[in-house]
Design a protein around this ligand. Sequence first.
Ligand code: ADP
Length: 261
Amino acid sequence: SQIMSRGLPKQKPIEGVKQVIVVASGKGGVGKSTTAVNLALALAANDSSKAVGLLDVDVYGPSIPKMMNLKGNPELSQSNLMRPLLNYGIACMSMGFLVEETAPLVWRGLMVMSAIEKLLRQVDWGQLDYLVVDMPPGTGDVQLSVSQNIPISGAVIVSTPQDIALMDAHKGAEMFRKVHVPVLGLVQNMSVFQCPKCKHKTHIFGADGARRLARTLDLDILGDIPLHLNIREASDTGQPIVFSQPESDESGEIQEPADQE
Ligand code: ADP
């Protein structure tokens, strides 16, 4: 294990947090934040005894505040740590709570790193079973430093079936492997669109691309999510789909497309 850790900075756990699951993507706009939000809600819904938090380190484009219908400034605890904001039973922290919604996030380098440091180390999570981390897209400094600074139980990589998204997802998986973060699997998002009128199915971003990549990388497909109006509306209104339509599988509204492989 000494050889394994050579060259890697020392990892320090986040206080009170048992397991950290990062949600990552190569490209932006593929549904990473949507997946992170709904994963957090699903973990909490699955077992009500589990305490779940959601940390948005997508500092350039924080979307957790809107998706979780939260805004405001976190209060400080007695030990000067930021208290997460709470909705749907999930404790949330985001860069979006610390800067104005319309303020351009123009700072680079050190500014971003000190923001990351704040988000990783200066939050009073209490006791959490799971902390779901919404990473920025790509494989840059932020992703690397998050992966090296805290112990991560696993990474979930989100991609559409589109070639350009898959190439970047591949790079993401390689990065996690290099820093010894277990990749739990891939989520294929926006895999098919079914016309609500005529029921015709269109693979707008291609079919089964993430499944192919999963085979190449010897990873599991953890989920396959269609492109669906309700999902987009749910995130825009701040009522995540897992919260607002928990029975959707049974109603047949949102379900895994049947025509695969
Ligand atoms: P990322 O975090 O990868 O940038 P987001 O989760 O913010 O992506 O998603 C980008 C946009 O696409 C959002 O407006 C979101 O509501 C929408 N979206 C994501 N997944 C789906 C889906 N399966 N069906 C419909 N809209 C989706």
